[in-house]
Design a protein around this ligand. Structure first.
Ligand code: CS2
Length: 496
């Protein structure tokens, strides 16, 4: 068995691709906050590709700012920041490759000043983020920054050891301004439409309270390109670690598994240079909106559909659930009837093919993407992935049936969780509020769940929505998910 680290790279089997560049010559040009699996399968992979083509100024410094990031930090440290990317081809082939683009790793809770100083390093020209949909601290009802959030209040009063990305960025940008450094790009890589604009809006809102004098400098020196990111990256399972050992004799404590598909579309608006990621396949465009809307409303909302409905039926993984003809049909119908009419024409994109490719990607039997991953943090995902579709359809008088079913299924799933026979592993920062709403809705106040303002905003004021939702949740409780699915699918068949 060969422990993965820099010294042992040359000992690995020839079947494993290793970095073709000298990692000791790399400079850190990118600092990335949020060192989870997605970034390791996506940005770090694209960057590894361009480093192979001799671009030594774009090494990455990964930064974890949450306590929960400590395990990743320690593992990467023990492996000289190397890890294995295990690409799962649809025919079962495993294409392992060692990613070398991460050259440093810092852990904020241990040493916040080192992180702030690194962000202010003149060599660092891009700060990229995968801080999850919830990390932007947006109030779903108003679209504004949640100033009352305890960690934000902490950051306002403890500027030396912040907890949130806003506290870190503000302190670092202050140093950059005071030192007369050139601008920098803040590149959001989360699944939010207009992620760059939202990131800017939230940072400025924080600065207004924390450091108002910095806003003008920020406006003149920082760019926030919008971007669309895509690669399905399941949580790593013990069996993945064992596979790597058995098939390749690699001892890697936290490899990443992902699908072969990868896409990144970015607005070409960088304040201080960028890697030539296009040579690795990244698309640079003037306006990313159509791409992000298509991806978030079809893929991510499609995932939530399969995740929540599939959990009610009893499935464990996306591929298993999407093979169920009822779920496949409802997914297709949701994409065609409820999302596609909102997307319009997109130059260079064949929507029909795109949707077909999503079904193919979801059915990859070797990926085993757990429904629990998809359903986690739904309170942050649903407002970004699904509610805009329902709201736009309400305005234009279009169908909201399946979108509403996803919300009713979510309520039913929460209401069942923990009861006998349903061991859903639910991870959600709003779990208590959500579960209370779901339970109240089952015992007398049917609207209680969708009344949760911080998630659904004013949706409950639409009588068309309420009149669709209430029979749906009642029917789920009385007859079960399969019955409701069959009803929707057969009713619509008969419709003219
Ligand atoms: C998923 C995404 O978390 C989720 O709910 O939909 O992580 C999805 O797998 C990625 O966005 C794919 O690019």
């Amino acid at each position: 068995m060969i422990k993965l680290n820099a010294k042992n790279l040359s000992l690995l089997s020839e079947k494993v691709k290793i970095p073709a560049y000298d990692r000791s010559e790399l400079k850190t040009g990118i600092l990335h906050i949020g060192t989870g699996n997605f970034y390791r399968a996506h940005e770090a992979c694209y960057t590894d590709e361009i480093l192979n083509r001799n671009n030594p100024s774009w090494g990455i410094c990964g930064v974890g700012i949450l306590e929960a990031d400590s395990r990743m930090h320690n593992i990467l440290k023990s492996q000289d920041n190397l890890y294995t990317l295990m690409v799962r081809e649809t025919d079962g082939r495993l294409d392992p490759r060692i990613i070398g683009s991460v050259v440093e790793n810092l852990f904020g809770p241990e040493n916040p000043q080192t992180v702030i100083e690194k962000m202010a390093d003149p060599d660092v020209k891009i700060i990229s983020l995968t801080i999850t949909e919830g990390g932007y601290n947006v109030d779903a009802a108003t679209g504004s920054f949640i100033m009352s959030e305890p960690s934000i209040q902490w950051d306002l009063h403890h500027t030396d050891h912040p907890k949130t990305v806003f506290g870190y960025l503000t302190q670092a940008m202050k140093r950059r301004r005071d030192r007369g450094l050139p601008g920098i790009t803040i590149l959001s890589c989360d699944n939010i439409q207009h992620n760059g604009n939202i990131c800017r809006k939230m940072l400025i809102a924080f600065m207004k309270a924390a450091e108002p004098g910095l806003i003008e400098w920020t406006d003149n020196h920082i760019t926030f390109p919008n971007s669309m990111v895509d690669r399905i990256t399941p949580a790593t399972m013990p069996s993945d670690i064992n596979n790597l050992r058995a098939q390749y004799e690699i001892e890697d404590a936290w490899p990443v598994v992902c699908e072969p598909f990868i896409q990144w579309v970015i607005e070409d608006d960088f304040a201080n240079g960028r890697p030539s990621w296009e040579s690795a396949g990244v698309q640079f465009v003037n306006d990313v909106s159509p791409y992000e809307k298509m991806k978030i409303r079809l893929l991510n909302a499609g995932h939530s559909l399969i995740g929540l409905l599939g959990s009610l039926i009893g499935y464990g993984s996306i591929n298993e659930a999407v093979m169920d003809p009822l779920l496949e049909k409802i997914l297709r119908k949701f994409m065609d009837d409820e999302v596609t009419p909102l997307l319009g024409e997109m130059e260079g994109i064949d929507l029909k093919m795109y949707k077909e490719s999503l079904i193919q990607r979801f059915t990859n039997p070797y990926l085993k993407d757990r429904l629990s991953r998809i359903c986690s943090e739904s309170s942050a995902k649903i407002p970004k992935f699904l509610l805009p579709t329902i709201k736009e359809q309400l305005v234009r008088g279009g169908s909201i049936e399946i979108g509403t079913l996803i919300l009713a299924a979510w309520c039913h799933y929460l209401e069942r969780a923990g009861t006998h026979g349903y061991n859903y592993e639910i991870k959600d920062s709003m779990i208590d509020i959500l579960q209370q709403g779901a339970l109240d809705s089952a015992s007398g106040d049917p609207k209680a769940f969708v009344k949760i303002d911080a998630v659904f905003g004013d949706l409950v004021h639409s009588s068309r929505f309420v009149n669709t939702y209430i029979p749906m949740i009642n029917s789920l409780r009385d007859h079960g998910i399969k019955h409701v699915l069959m009803l929707i699918l057969t009713q619509n068949k008969k419709a003219p």
